[in-house]
Design a protein. Structure first.
Length: 328
């Protein structure tokens, strides 16, 4: 009889390419077995696997099989966000739920910076112009700006926000941030960043970039009132979660010239309708919620999951635990 501990990987096929599935199988630590449970599994197949699992990994789907997860020592999420999960239910079940510990932070941060530059340099209109046989040249020269010397205002100074700060410093931008937690001076010094209240950040920044989780406090926090406090020349960037922003208010802010542009990877409804009023604007750059998706970050997510599972197997506390109120 095998003494190997069982890992069950719950996932949505469209979210994880076969190459990453193969990589996960190839890099399973010694002493563990890995079984995949795609969303297409029947309830009976899934629940049988969960009932025998020592550890659970999840990506791209929710979870409510607490009644059969008695053996589970950890529920490891591969994403940074955890808004689709009932955190109190995990605590009640005694299962620590953990996110990816910032494994996707470098990728999302790079994407946020790319959106800033793309909006400032009107990349869509120039790109599409050439594809459509039009040489636009310097036509928009007076409407374009550089990131250098601009204030990048970061809303949420966790793993991703800090990586955005690090990259923005490389562009010789000024970095400021808002976070409800008081950030230590050593961290502020490391990232050359000033902590401000939200009002001051909105009023003084040339870029507002959002990197908060989605919860009751952040849902709809970027709205008519917050956009009205931004500079008319400022741009808005979001790679967080769509419902953090009230889309109708963002559209109104763009229509009225309250803000100068936006770069978005996330939307209130996903997939967002093809007739979304944010589309087909020269001052808006959009991508389909893929800011955290690269082969590099996929490998980091898997490695972090396995490291965290091994910590739990050794009797240590897992890293990046979400339900911190879970009693020992």
């Amino acid at each position: 009889m095998s003494n190997e501990e069982k890992i069950v990987f719950l996932y949505r096929v469209g979210h994880i390419p076969q190459e990453i599935v193969d990589h996960a199988l190839k890099t399973v630590p010694n002493g563990y077995t890995l079984t995949f449970s795609p969303e297409e599994h029947s309830d009976e197949e899934r629940r049988t696997l969960i009932a025998n699992a020592d550890h659970l990994i999840c990506y791209g789907r929710g979870f409510d099989d607490f009644d059969v997860a008695a053996k589970a020592k950890i529920f490891q999420v591969l994403s940074a966000g955890f808004d689709r999960f009932d955190i109190p239910a995990f605590t009640k079940a005694g299962i620590p739920i953990c996110n990816n510990g910032g494994a996707n932070a470098p990728t999302v941060a790079e994407h946020a910076i790319m959106l800033m530059l793309s909006v400032f340099k009107k990349l869509p209109v120039h790109h599409n112009g050439l594809h459509n046989g039009e040489w636009i040249g310097h036509r928009y020269g007076l409407e374009m700006r550089e990131l250098r010397s601009k204030q990048v205002g970061i809303v949420g100074f966790g793993h991703i926000g800090q990586q955005v700060a690090r990259i923005a410093n490389g562009f010789l931008a000024t970095v400021a941030f808002f976070d409800p937690l008081e950030i230590s001076q050593s961290v502020k010094d490391e990232y050359k960043a000033s902590q401000m209240n939200l009002k001051e950040l909105l009023e003084t920044s040339d870029v507002i970039t959002v990197h908060t989780p989605l919860n009751d406090a952040t849902r709809g926090m970027m709205n008519k009132d917050t956009f009205s406090q931004m500079k008319n020349s400022a741009i808005f960037i979001s790679t967080a979660r769509g419902p953090v922003t009230v889309e109708a208010d963002l559209i109104n802010a763009l229509d009225t010239g309250q803000i100068a542009g936006a770069g978005l990877d996330v939307f209130e409804e996903e997939p967002t309708p093809n007739d979304n009023k944010l589309f087909k604007r020269d001052n808006v750059v959009v991508t389909p919620h893929m800011a955290g998706t690269t082969i590099d970050t996929s490998y980091r997510r898997i490695a972090f999951a396995y490291e965290n599972i091994q910590r739990v197997s050794r009797g240590e506390k897992p890293l990046a635990i979400i339900n911190t109120d879970l009693q020992d």
